[in-house]
Ligand binder design. Structure first.
Ligand code: HEC
Ligand code: HEC
Length: 181
């Protein structure tokens, strides 16, 4: 009995001191690690890969996907997205170095873990993890919604997508609002 009281006492003390031990920055980092992917702003990447759509955080795909994509920019989902050789090399390095492989971010690991080793998806929105997370959202709110159009427009619904944050509190679907499942 005494031991139980002691243990409960210790737990209460530990919880009470948490806010002292963890600063606001620590909490933000913890939230991003568990609910998002690494936020990286590389000016060259943003300029070259963020003009037609948001600059997707590299932690959303494995390195093999980024390499394959960078080798086919002349036909990039029907568009020509070719860039100068020098920039091409720098961006490929940036993407592979910060890819979802070996990432300590939970969302990155879950994306990689949802793939078979032979899978090299070019779309984040085609990965099993993505499909599973979005399978309850009706077409009416996506392809038939003029303000969204495609699942590729992450930032139409995830207000902090470009900062690598995808937690449920930052989701607002245009014409629908918050998502309660
Ligand atoms: C000329 C316009 C253009 C440029 C520049 C461009 N993209 Fe794209 N990208 C597209 C289009 C169009 C799609 C398909 C969108 C859709 O299906 O709604 C796409 C889709 C993607 C997707 C898949 C999104 C999904 O559905 O998961 C990724 C990843 C991507 N682009 C990465 C890049 C990278 C990396 C670069 C820079 C090297 C780049 N894009 C530059 C036009 C562009
Ligand atoms: C039409 C709006 C919409 C678009 C576009 C969209 N999402 Fe989502 N996403 C949602 C909603 C709603 C949920 C929550 C689903 C649920 O909990 O049932 C979600 C969940 C997620 C989650 C899991 C979050 C968590 O904490 O469990 C991730 C990660 C995610 N989305 C990433 C993306 C990425 C990356 C893109 C773009 C390639 C994208 N989403 C595009 C609406 C959208």
């Amino acid at each position: 009995m005494k031991q139980t009281i002691l243990i409960i006492g210790l737990i209460i003390t530990a919880i009470a001191t948490l806010p002292v031990v963890f600063s606001d920055d620590d909490w933000r980092e913890y939230k991003q690690l568990s609910l998002g992917v690494s936020a990286i702003s590389d000016p060259l990447y943003k300029e070259e890969c963020g003009s037609c759509h948001m600059a997707y955080p590299p932690g959303l795909l494995p390195a093999a996907s980024w390499q394959k994509m960078m080798l086919g920019l002349e036909d990039h989902f029907g568009d020509n997205a070719e860039i100068a050789a020098e920039d091409h090399q720098l961006i490929t390095q940036f993407l592979t170095k910060n890819s979802a492989d070996d990432s300590s971010y939970r969302r990155s690991r879950r994306i990689v873990n949802s793939l078979k080793q032979t899978d090299v998806p070019l779309r984040i929105s085609a990965t099993p993890y993505f499909l599973h997370e979005h399978d309850e959202i009706p077409d009416r709110l996506v392809s038939k919604n003029d303000k969204v159009k495609s699942f590729s427009n992450c930032n139409a619904c995830h207000q902090q997508a470009e900062q690598g944050m995808f937690d449920e509190h930052s989701i607002r679907i245009p014409g629908h609002g918050r998502w309660d499942d």
